[in-house]
Ligand binder design. Structure first.
Ligand SMILES: [Zn+2]
Ligand SMILES: [Zn+2]
Length: 197
């Protein structure tokens, strides 16, 4: 299967992701993704001019880390938040997952996937824009392609449940725990990151 290189900014954490026949690429404008980028000090790198984060949605089993795995770090904005994986060496966002492996989804953040041209070549154009109400501005709506992209991706997730392949993931142990200790932001950290927006 064709693969696409994955790497943090400083080059310590490396890996690859399988390139699907049809990519599911989207931009998330939610407040939490913006808060996260500000907390890591990477807002300029991560967010587009309207506060959006470009992500490639795929199954965790398609992601493999190769070098520098000890740099992998994980945080949540709140106790109930999703897991936000990043490279601790240089604070490069890597991807976001659910809090348990039972929902086999990872949204890989563009910052670990190279240039916009390389991302487009492997994963196609942006097909979904979500949480546009929190955008700074008015991202163009794309209702039809959005529905099509979702319709293509959801069966993939369901299939991974049915065939048990959701257990293959670089983010969780066989027992279903995150591979590294998750850090939850404290109130002061969260408020500061929110105010930075
Ligand atoms: Zn790094
Ligand atoms: Zn978001």
């Amino acid at each position: 299967m064709k693969t696409h290189a994955l790497q943090c900014r400083c080059g310590k954490l490396t890996g690859q992701v399988n390139v699907p026949r049809k990519g599911s690429r989207g931009v998330c404008y939610c407040k939490d993704c913006q808060t996260y980028a500000h907390f890591l000090g990477t807002a300029d790198l991560v967010l587009d001019e309207m506060g959006g984060t470009d992500v490639v949605a795929t199954l965790p089993k398609h992601v493999r880390f190769a070098g520098g795995v000890d740099a992998l770090a994980c945080l949540s904005l709140t106790d109930r938040g999703i897991l936000r994986w990043y490279a601790g060496c240089c604070s490069t966002p890597i991807g976001n997952t659910a809090a348990s492996p039972g929902l086999p989804y990872v949204g890989l953040v563009h910052t670990c996937l190279g240039s916009p041209e390389a991302i487009e070549e492997s994963f196609g154009p942006v097909r979904m824009r979500v949480h546009t109400k929190s955008a700074k501005g008015h991202p163009g709506a794309m209702p039809l392609s959005q529905a099509v992209a979702l319709a293509q991706f959801i069966p993939t997730v369901v299939l991974a449940r049915l065939d048990g392949s959701y257990r293959t993931t670089p983010f969780f142990t066989d027992a279903g725990a995150p591979v590294v200790q998750r850090r939850v932001l404290n109130r002061a950290e969260l408020d500061a990151a929110r105010q930075a927006q």
